[in-house]
Unconditional design. Structure first.
Length: 267
């Protein structure tokens, strides 16, 4: 990997990835494609998805074309026929192991683990040629401060031109999902209130409030009955914070079946 200068250090991203059918949303796919065109081209991508919780912290397959993990049920067959043959990123895995070593943490490598839909669904829109090496990192906990610290330890990857991406969903209450209402239906009030709070809080770079969102945000427990879709933001903020890049720019907003698609770029 190229050792890039500070001026060309890639940003850190947090994006709302949606369920596999979100790939059918022409607006969302065009927004992701446009976003990636505006980014400096990375040498590799490190994905932290809401859909992989595993301790100790682990990386997905790194050799050959990375496999996919179809971690969803009950969808039409065409969603299981999707392919994304990106090359693995063994250099990134080695760098992650090196960065974790000083804290006494050993990186586990799982050669059978493929990219889940929180990783490959957005990447297919951002890098459709599947020509950017990618590796996925597990979340070993949902504890905000531990994940923030993990992100801080990963921050030097940015100087190796690695794009660090947290993939979750800014609001994620599947009880709000009503396929009969249409994808562009007005969101439930709790979703809108949480989204508004999140937009203001992340724009202000208020890391403490983001980490303590269950106590600070309106409708927090309604927006996130479980916190795994918010948790990748902790890793992203940690990686961004080392260089003072905690004030996020909202790149994508709006709602999909009542869920907030808001996504941020940090520097």
């Amino acid at each position: 990997m190229t050792d890039t200068a500070t001026s060309s250090r890639p940003p850190v991203l947090y994006l709302s990835h949606g369920a596999p059918p979100l790939a059918d949303d022409a607006l969302w796919t065009s927004q992701l494609a446009g976003w990636s065109r505006d980014l400096p081209r990375p040498d590799a991508v490190l994905m932290v998805s809401a859909h992989w919780e595993q301790a100790p912290v682990s990386v997905s397959a790194t050799s050959g074309d990375v496999p996919l993990t179809y971690d969803f049920w009950g969808f039409p067959q065409r969603y299981y026929d999707v392919t994304y043959d990106a090359p693995g990123a063994p250099d990134v895995a080695r760098s992650v192991a090196r960065l974790l070593a000083p804290s006494g943490e050993t990186l586990h490598q799982d050669p059978t683990r493929g990219l889940d839909h929180g990783a490959y669904v957005p990447l297919k829109e951002m890098y459709p040629d599947a020509d950017v090496p990618v590796v996925q990192l597990s979340m070993p906990t949902l504890d905000p401060h531990r994940l923030f610290d993990l992100g801080r330890r990963l921050a030097p990857l940015r100087d190796e031109n690695v794009l660090i991406v947290g993939s979750g969903f800014t609001t994620h209450n599947l009880g709000w999902f009503d396929p009969h209402a249409g994808s562009d239906a007005a969101p439930p009030t709790p979703s809108a209130e949480f989204d508004h709070w999140a937009a203001e809080t992340v724009a202000a770079g208020d890391v403490d409030a983001v980490l303590d969102f269950l106590a600070k945000a309106p409708a927090a427990r309604e927006a996130h009955p479980r916190t795994e879709h918010w948790a990748p933001l902790y890793v992203a903020l940690g990686a961004a914070s080392v260089h003072g890049d905690t004030a996020g720019t909202s790149v994508i907003d709006g709602f999909w079946f009542g869920l907030s698609k808001r996504s941020w770029q940090f520097a």
